[in-house]
Design a binder for this molecule. Sequence first.
Ligand code: CA
Length: 651
Amino acid sequence: MACQETPPPVYNTYEEYPVYEGTDLGLTFTPKKSIFKLWAPPAAEVMLRFYEKGEGGTSTKEIAMKRGDNGVWTTTLKENLEGQYYTFQTLINEKWGEEVPDPYVKAVGVNGKRGQVIDFEKTNPTGWTEDKKPALKNPTDVILYELHVRDLSMHENSGIKNKGKFLGLTETGTKSPDGESTGIDHIKSLGVTHVHLLPSYDYMSIDESKLEENNFNWGYDPQNYNVPEGSYSTNPYDGAVRIKEFKEMVKTLHDNGLSVILDVVYNHTGVTEGSNFNQLLPGYYYRQNSDGSFSNASACGNETASDRPMMRKFIIESVKHWVNEYHLDGFRFDLMGIHDIETMNQISAALHEIDPSIFIYGEGWTGGDSPLPENDRALKKYTHRMKGIAAFSDDIRDGLKGSVFDAPDRGFASGKPYMEESVKFGVVAATQHPQLNYEKVNYSNEPWAAQPSQAISYVSCHDNHTLWDRLINSQPDASEAERIKMDILANTVVLTSQGIPFLHAGVELLRTKDGEENSYKSPDAINKIDWSRKTKYKPVFETYKKLIQLRKNHPAFRMPTTEMIQQHLKFLDFEEGSLLVGYTISGNANGDSWKDILVLFNGNQVDKAVDIPAGEWTMVLRGSEVDEASKIKSANQVKIPASSAMIFYKS
Ligand code: CA
């Protein structure tokens, strides 16, 4: 057995570091004893220090940890340490790092500077052990709603008491001054199935000791991955409070039939040299350029190295912690293309072993070049190589509204011709379909999803302009009524396409950020959802709600396999550049009560008469009018209103 006086082992490369297989890194707590373990193979010494507070003061106890096997340093304390704060510090290459929490820390004090020993049993809200997640039959049944914790409640007209807090998502029965339901009642009535929260783990950009300043940030600057963000809690100083309140939020959402997804940003840390990873073990957790400098595929100063075994292990254990401790139902991986495919597949396998209904998706791109070979990256084009993982379809997004990099650009829904093939590519969820001409799809020249459950259909998200602001930019001369038609057309395509639909919170109220394109640190005034728009644009909200209900009522719009889509979905033959897309779904697809369905999209800003397959069709949608019990029409031709969709069925 090695002891402290033994000189530290010498390693020439990170690949030579021994790997630790155990799942007990960090703190293992019981009221009778606490075991601390830190993996730091090249360290000569490791110090563990205890404090009475999460910041300031002198340490109450200092312990020199002991080196064990596989680079793991250990200390066991046979006493009840509950409530105490702690830090680690390592001596590597004759240099002491800063005192920081370890990467595996699960509770921290204010601003995440020190770990805190807490009893997780005591953080469970009433009924937590009986908490039941909403049932999910197929991944294609998922309807996503992307929300920032703060945005839901910050407006004075939200009627929500706990503004900007996790607890804001535990308040039911809230109403705007006009009497419209707000908060989670609103989300529930809209009909989405999953609430996707922007980063809600502990991030750095908000000073948790100055919450009265009311600063806003999206939170893409991770600090402690396994801990909820302190500024969303009612007391960031007590590590147990944010944990308990996060769980209360999950419990309430589950009780209201809503599943919860967390946006996770393992691809980079908020700071580089100063991160917990680098202070305790310089370099290992990150990729480097050939000159030894940190590579930067995130465009945020660094990129993590998921392909190194102990970083891969860290990510897998972290997502498992969020599932086991917080009952989460899925993850959205930021810049997933920075991670390697093998890691993503191992994450998927580990999570689906716990719960096959966990939904995993990510951004299949990077923010810059990476030393990771292109063929190993979890990119959109390689989605078919990842099992149980979906990617965002920028093809349908920009096909519908125009390139996000060119604000005046239009898409199919805003009247730009020759985007029809990109829309059709979205309709079949980026899968293989015999009628598609892949060479004419905007970004992808081949299918990238093996199954429809691997493609996220969307037209807007937190990034870039809101859909409404985008339409103002790209259609400056259109009337408000015309833009509303375009808005509804865009999300009618999204909500009737195969694959997984995704809505940016507030899009159903024509959300605006006053033209702000990148609101990551804009004030609440720009970011908060204004509930008076629910009164002003009530018919728009009602249309979104009915479109969601239509999708939920009709399994033909959410077929689970590519084969089923190939068998049942046939495109009508419209001329290229006609700004028309149409298709039928025939044969009671996926057990639908409707025998045949006819879907027509007209991107033209004028009405268009089109030939349709003969027969007795019942019209259920025309533009913003959704009525599943509309009159029967017998026709060979219909007129589709400008910038509108029409849907018919035969029973
Ligand atoms: Ca924080």
